[in-house]
Design a protein around this ligand. Structure first.
Ligand SMILES: *Cc1c(COP(=O)(O)O)cnc(C)c1O
Length: 385
């Protein structure tokens, strides 16, 4: 297959699926209460604890990642609770919107898009009220920012009434995010990001402190009720029909991610992002995020170049799928994902085509010479030189 024929899905979710995982997805169906499936499920749940770096059980919801965000809220909070949401982009807004729709008293700590939350400012806010929860993203995928979760966990530890809910949908499995060591009380993720699966499964784990909250929580819930799910898992089954195909594929995915240890796999994502960032800088593009996440790189486009056009042309001519900006960033940034099954030559191919198109659109700003030295550096970083 020539690179032009291959599909280059390099958005920050969904991502390209590893061929071994595709094979698992094609296996014939078995019943979700069969012994054959039960052993897959058991293996997956055991390996997810290693992925989350937690001693607590990890549970599955048959939903996208946002379902687990809603589950996190309805299982741990109660009517009238005060909550504080870090809002630094689209996904921070989503946390806030979920809280508001369940009638929680929702305060938003607004952070300029592209910036990370300041732990000391956050601490000052937590001192103003008895917040029951602090909700944040680990990586805000709309801007490419990685928030300092370890520091936020340390701050939250000083507030015994506050639990820390982290949306790790574009982080778990791609960025260091040890749930127990960093004092995270609820951690959620989704299948179509770092685990290189299709969308359709969400994962959630609760700390001991968060489990105590579930006994008090009075928000309405039926499908998301984790106490019910936990009772069923104890009996060796999921409460509802399992997504048999994706669970079996996750079994394979987790082996790929964990085979040389999680940290080894994280370095792989880190390397792709570093190569991309350095290449963009050499070529003359500015990285948008002040504290960039290794899972995606958002780059600013110079005035006069519309991001939508670039994205459309790359899809049409090169089979490359990148993401644009949302809201006021629409047209102004392009987001390149580093999660999923991406080989080194795929990263270089995408940068090559993107830079070539930019030279064509704006020859006064960009040059082929800069492109060549940018790609050379990217290759060196990727090959570990
Ligand atoms: C992708 C993403 C989501 C949304 O996940 P869905 O699976 O589409 O529901 C939420 N938060 C972050 C940080 C994401 O990257």
């Amino acid at each position: 297959m020539t690179p032009e024929n291959k599909i280059h899905l390099m958005t920050p979710g969904p991502v390209s699926v590893h061929p071994e995982i595709l094979k698992a997805l094609a296996r014939p169906m078995v019943h979700h209460l069969s012994q054959a499936f039960n052993s897959s499920l058991e293996r997956v749940l055991k390996k997810l604890k290693i992925l989350f770096e937690t001693n607590q059980p990890v549970y599955l919801h048959t939903s996208t990642g946002s379902g687990a965000m809603e589950s996190a809220v309805v299982n741990t909070l109660s009517v009238g609770d005060d909550v504080l949401v870090v809002e630094s982009g689209k996904f921070g807004e989503r946390w806030g919107d979920i809280c508001v729709s369940y009638g929680l008293k929702t305060d938003r700590l607004k952070v300029k898009w592209g910036e990370a939350v300041d732990p000391s400012e956050l601490k000052q806010r937590l001192l103003t009220k008895k917040y029951k929860a602090l909700l944040t993203q680990a990586c805000e995928s709309s801007t490419g920012v990685l928030h300092p979760i370890e520091e936020l966990g340390r701050v939250c530890r000083e507030f015994p009434d506050t639990i820390l809910l982290v949306d790790g949908i574009s982080s778990v499995g791609a960025v260091k995010l040890p749930m127990d060591a960093w004092n995270i009380d609820v951690l959620v993720t989704g299948s179509q990001k770092a685990l290189m699966l299709p969308a359709g499964l969400a994962m959630i784990a609760l700390s001991e402190k968060a489990w105590k909250r579930t006994a008090l929580s009075n928000l309405p819930k039926y499908y998301w009720d984790l106490k019910e799910e936990a009772a069923n898992i104890k009996k060796g089954r999921t409460r509802f029909s399992s997504s048999v195909s994706i669970v079996r594929a996750m079994d394979v995915a987790l082996d790929l991610v964990l085979s040389n240890g999680l940290d080894y796999y994280l370095k792989h994502t880190e390397k792709k992002s570093l190569a991309t960032r350095r290449a963009c800088e050499i070529f003359g593009l500015k990285v948008f995020a002040q504290r960039p996440s290794p899972t995606l790189t958002a780059i600013e486009l110079p005035q006069g170049i519309a991001g939508e056009t670039i994205i459309k042309e790359l899809e049409k001519d090169c089979n490359i799928f990148l993401a644009g900006g949302q809201d006021h960033l629409a047209g102004r940034i392009i987001r390149i994902g580093h999660m999923g099954y991406i080989e080194d030559e795929d990263t270089v191919y995408v940068l090559d085509k993107l830079f070539s198109l930019l030279v064509k659109k704006s020859p006064n700003t960009f040059s082929f010479d800069k492109k060549e030295s940018a790609l050379k550096t990217a290759n060196e970083i990727l090959s570990g030189k």
